[in-house]
Write a protein that binds this ligand. Structure first.
Ligand SMILES: [Zn+2]
Length: 432
């Protein structure tokens, strides 16, 4: 009796593979764990289970060979606009939100942070219509302006920038709201920045600033040297009006001073905020971005920005290493939003993974002013896994060949489960 129970137990143990998926033979880049080497990665129950030199294929329900490719944590885009149709056309402020699943997963982005498209008056609508429906994980910087970015006029309404109310909403939604956004202001005063920082202090979260119109009454140097706190973010760091170079083309020393105090510099490429004549000398002289982000909206998507991988490829061709480009798109943004469950591949992390191909050839890239930079490398996405599920598979690597399946009916595409509610990203916890 006892023996038969043991046999039964043993047979069920052996019948159940240890892992759901094992991804074999890719060059793993995991900056948090300082890994840049060929490794196998195993996934179980939506989490990273193991990263080792050799994990036998037999231990998993599915083994996928990825030699010659780069396996990285699912990319995190720190600056996106995904509040679809927040009010009217939402174009006057320059941002036109698009549903995240239409652009993110296909380029390896598994988490987007919406940068202030909503404010405290329409965050609930944003959550209901986008955040709760998307397969892409959506987090948010809450705009200090009450209605977010419905158009330029309303974004100038200082009377509706309530630090206490914004902070309270952020604290009540601490699983989604990662920070406060200040953006697009044209006035001569510091009010929006000061209210944003005040809200950030109350809720103990970072503030991201788009400086709007650069005015002599409120110098940029003062923003990054005095007004912002360590851990706050200046986005659009290679935007033309940013004082970056002296007459001899040398980087201005205050930039390094600001970085030393802990101010973070984010790309936020967008439709009008990235120039090679700022970025190329900056990277060459030792001022790469802390984080690489898109500022994606319906305009930037179809102009020089294109997508997260295109922006990452620009920095590769400017001389940043692939390792650093991956760090700036994974573990660094995860740290900024204080989330330790994404942006890396430690055992127990959420199984968000992108498998990238580094193409060599003649390529070209365009900045926000329409200027071109030639290059020889470009990143492309092969496979995206989000919360342990295949959500994008360019070359059918996770699929069986049609002529080996025999007589097959509808077998279902593992990268597309259309059933309601399927494939939602797992919620994360954000540290205070
Ligand atoms: Zn933006």
């Amino acid at each position: 009796m006892r023996l038969s129970i043991l046999v039964l137990l043993a047979s069920t143990l052996f019948a159940q593979p240890e892992y759901d998926i094992v991804l074999k033979g890719a060059n793993v880049i995991d900056p948090k764990n300082k890994i840049n080497a060929v490794r196998d990665v195993a996934i179980r129950g939506g989490l990273i289970a193991a990263v080792e030199r050799d994990i036998p294929a037999a231990k998993a329900r599915k083994a996928i060979s990825l030699s010659g490719l780069y396996l990285v944590p699912g990319l995190i885009d720190l600056h996106a606009h995904v509040f679809v149709g927040s009010e009217g056309e939402n174009l006057a402020g320059g941002d036109a939100g698009i549903f995240p699943d239409t652009f993110a997963l296909r380029v390896g982005v598994t988490t987007v942070i919406d940068a202030g498209s909503s404010g405290r008056r329409n965050f609930a609508q944003f959550k209901r219509t986008v955040i709760d429906r998307a397969r892409t994980r959506v987090l948010a910087f809450l705009n200090i302006g009450g209605v977010g970015m419905p158009g330029d006029d309303k974004e100038q309404n200082v009377a509706d920038m309530d630090a206490q109310a914004a902070a309270e909403l952020a604290m009540a939604n601490r699983d989604i709201i990662v920070g406060i956004k200040v953006a697009h202001y044209r006035g001569p005063d510091w009010t929006p920045v000061e209210r944003g920082v005040e809200a950030g202090k109350i809720a103990n979260i970072p503030v991201m600033v788009d400086f709007g119109e650069f005015r002599p009454e409120r110098p940029f140097q003062e923003l990054v040297l005095k007004k912002l706190r360590p851990g706050d973010i200046y986005t659009h760091c290679y935007y033309a009006p940013v004082p970056m170079l002296d007459d001899q083309g040398r980087l201005l020393p205050y930039l390094f001073e600001a970085r030393k105090r802990g101010i973070l510099f984010d790309v936020g490429h967008g439709g009008a905020a990235f120039e090679f004549r700022q970025a190329v000398p900056a990277v060459k002289q030792g001022f790469p971005p802390d984080t690489i982000s898109t500022d994606v909206h319906s305009g930037s998507l179809n102009s020089g920005m294109k997508d997260q991988l295109n922006v990452m490829s620009k920095f590769l061709n400017m001389g940043m290493s692939l390792y650093d480009v991956v760090a700036a798109s994974t573990w660094k943004p995860a740290q900024i939003i204080r989330c330790d469950q994404i942006g890396h591949l430690s055992a127990g992390a959420l199984a968000d993974v992108a498998v990238l191909r580094l193409e060599k050839g003649q390529f070209a890239f365009v900045d926000s002013y329409g200027a071109r930079m030639d290059g020889t490398e470009r990143l492309a996405n092969e496979l995206t896994i989000a919360s342990g599920r295949v959500v994008y598979d360019l070359n059918g690597r996770t699929h069986e060949r049609w002529d080996r399946l025999g007589k097959y009916g509808p077998i279902g595409d593992p990268s597309w489960d259309g059933s309601r509610g399927a494939g939602r990203p797992r919620r994360v916890t954000l540290a205070n």
